[in-house]
Each structure stands twice: as C-alpha cells, then as structure tokens.
Design a protein around this ligand. Sequence first.
Ligand SMILES: C[S@@+](CC[C@H](N)C(=O)[O-])C[C@H]1O[C@@H](n2cnc3c(N)ncnc32)[C@H](O)[C@@H]1O
Length: 198
Amino acid sequence: MSNPLEYDWQSFYQLNSDYQTHQKEYESLLSTLDKFYNHSIDIGCGKGRHLSLLSKYSKIIDGYDLVDYDTSVNHFYKGDIRHSFPELSTYDLVFSNGLFHHFEKKTANDLIVRMIDSVQDGTTIIFNLHSKKDSKFRQGLKISKDSYLCESGNESGQIHCFWGKNEIIQSFKNLKIQYLFESGKEGYKCWYVAGVKV
Ligand SMILES: C[S@@+](CC[C@H](N)C(=O)[O-])C[C@H]1O[C@@H](n2cnc3c(N)ncnc32)[C@H](O)[C@@H]1O
C-alpha cells in the first residue's frame, strides 16, 4: 500500500507546467556574490531548470534528485536525500531550489544541517524555503509543527513546511548567512538564503 505522505514526484512537471523558476532571485544572489565556482551541485535539480543560470557562475554542475528527469548536468546522482545523502565535500557551491520545504519541518531542518555539515569550510550554499507569511498551502491538513499536507489542486499530496526569518538565522548556525530575503507572490512566497560554511 502506498504511503499517503509520499508524493509522486515523477508526475510533478506534468501537473505543474506553470511552475516558477525563481531565476530572478537566484540571478540577484549569484551576481551579488560575484564568484565563479569550480564545481557545483543542484540538490533536487528536477528538470534542471536552473542549469543555464548556474552555468554562468560555475564550471561543472552536477545534479541530485529522487527522479531522473534526464537533465544535461555533468553527473547526475539519483537518490532519496532522506536515505542516501549526497557526498558534498568536493563542491564549492551547493544549490537547492524548492526541495527542503517539501518535508516535515523537523526532517527538513535536520537535512539542511546535514547539508551544511557535509561541505568544506568556505563552500557557498544557496537555497530557498517557504515563508510563514504564505498561507496558500496552509489550507491542507496539519501533520506536524509548521507542516501541512496539501489536499487539493496540482500539489495535492505534497507536504509543505514554513519558516520565519529568525528560525532560519537560529537553526543553521554553521552557515554564515550573507543574504536572506523574502520574495514571491502568494503561494510561492519564499525565503532565499545564501551563505558560506564556517
Ligand atoms: C518542487 S521540485 C523543484 C525542482 C527543481 N529544483 C526546479 O526548480 O525545477 C522538487 C524536486 O525535489 C525532488 N525531490 C523530492 N523529494 C526528494 C527526496 N526525498 N530526495 C531527493 N529529491 C527529492 C523532486 O523529484 C523534484 O525534482
């Protein structure tokens, strides 16, 4: 019997053809950081929609995802981040869009801490998290603290969890946060985080 808390990511892009790329926010972060990276990884790379942007700032780009969507990354690693965490020690940029807020909050926090702990000092980490100011997905079923199961629409079956600004600052102590801003319309309001492992 399938687990009702497991979303079928294989069909995500068919159901969400209008899914936003958030290029604007990441372009602003990457251009402000003004670095060129040697080796980066996109965790939860999906169809690789951020590859063209990342390639302006990185020589080699790898991808990691639960589903092999056949992207043009240099190396693709397939895995469930909860059970087979990617090896991150060789990267100088770790990027992730739209992944961590799809777990229950405690799991998400643990995974983000693990991501930070897994990289070398000096590695840049860029990711986003849903903002608590966004209420669209709250109409679903509450399953644990700050975590909801969407029960209708295209994202039915997905978990979304939500963060406030201070929680982000306090939860990820080994990340020296350089930029943290909120952006996006209702339903997609996210915190954008960029920092360096210290
Ligand atoms: C909302 S999509 C974002 C995809 C991509 N970053 C983008 O911006 O187009 C979330 C991605 O995370 C992947 N994903 C979901 N759960 C995962 C898990 N447990 N381990 C690894 N990847 C996962 C999905 O397959 C999907 O590609």
